[in-house]
Design a protein around this ligand. Structure first.
Ligand SMILES: Nc1ncnc2c1ncn2[C@@H]1O[C@H](COP(=O)(O)OP(=O)(O)OP(=O)(O)O)[C@@H](O)[C@H]1O
Ligand SMILES: [Mg+2]
Length: 274
């Protein structure tokens, strides 16, 4: 009996030690790490969600700047939205010296122009992203954003690749299956990102006051963490809310967020009104 008790105690202590030992990535965003017990869990997948102009790209860039500049990590920004020049200008405006970080190969920015890039036979953007991650092998990764991936038209060939269409379907409407394919693609992408051994932020755009937290309506369930940026109106211009963070305790209210000359800063509401 005593042995059994000791054994159980040993397992429990081990579990506590493991929880305590969860490695964290400091975000480099003043006030943020305090909301999430010291940083984003290492190797987790976070969805950064919000309507246009809420600060998703700046937040993600600041996270990479922290990795590249202060943690000696390799940081990869895969953009489907903005061209590299515009991202670099933005970062320079905040005084983050992106060109220096690029020169030391700590920061890599890749732009996938969906209006120009031709996909190969049976190739999808998920395959392209996989190749880019494998080639650079980052410690921190940002994909800005997932939205074009969930809006691209899906061909009959892609549907058959997933076993969702047969020759019989070639001439019939495939609306519902297309939706399913987008979900499968997001599933595949998030698994690839999770297996890549890096800490990643995936950006998703949502309409103001949307009940969903992503454009594809599925990545919020697949991601480990969800961070929602908002313009609530009224006294507080911008807010950030940790909607979920697996395996960690977190501040559950909306926190006030500011974009300043040095980048994003977060304040808990009780601090805000002191
Ligand atoms: N130097 C600055 N000082 C204060 N606010 C700034 C500064 N630079 C940008 N902003 C604010 O940040 C907003 C843009 O942030 P960001 O590009 O991260 O938004 P986003 O959520 O990525 O938008 P989108 O969905 O359009 O890509 C601007 O609309 C502006 O309000
Ligand atoms: Mg953006």
């Amino acid at each position: 009996m005593k042995n059994l008790l000791n054994e159980n105690l040993f397992t429990l202590n081990n579990k506590i030690a493991k929880v305590k030992k969860m490695e964290r990535e400091p975000t480099g965003i003043p006030g943020m790490d305090k909301l999430i017990q010291g940083g984003i869990p290492k190797n987790s997948v976070s969805l950064i969600s919000g309507s246009p102009g809420t600060g998703k790209s700046i937040y993600s860039l600041q996270f990479l700047k922290e990795g590249a500049k202060n943690q000696d990590q390799r940081c990869l920004y895969i953009s489907f939205e903005e061209e590299p020049e515009s991202i670099i200008n933005q970062a320079e405006g905040f005084g983050w010296n992106p060109k220096e970080l690029q020169a030391t190969r700590k920061l890599k920015i890749i732009y996938n122009d969906i209006t120009k890039r031709m996909l190969g036979e049976n190739e999808t953007y998920v395959d392209i992203i996989k190749g880019q991650i494998e080639k650079y092998n980052p410690d921190r990764l940002v994909i800005d954003s997932l939205t074009p991936l969930s809006n691209l038209p899906v061909s009959f060939e892609e549907l058959s690749q997933y076993g969702l269409a047969t020759d019989f379907d070639r001439f019939s409407p495939i609306g519902i299956q297309q939706d399913l394919l987008i979900r499968l693609q997001m599933h595949k992408l998030i698994n690839i990102v999770r297996d890549a051994g890096c800490t990643s932020l995936l950006i998703s755009e949502v309409k103001k006051n949307s009940e969903w937290m992503s454009a594809d309506h599925v990545s919020e369930f697949l991601s480990d963490n969800v961070i929602l940026l908002r313009y609530p109106g009224g006294n507080i211009k911008r807010t950030l809310k940790v909607e979920k963070m697996r395996g960690t305790n977190h501040y559950e209210d909306e926190a006030a967020m500011d974009i300043t000359e040095e980048g994003i800063k977060i304040k808990q509401l009780e601090e805000q009104f002191k």
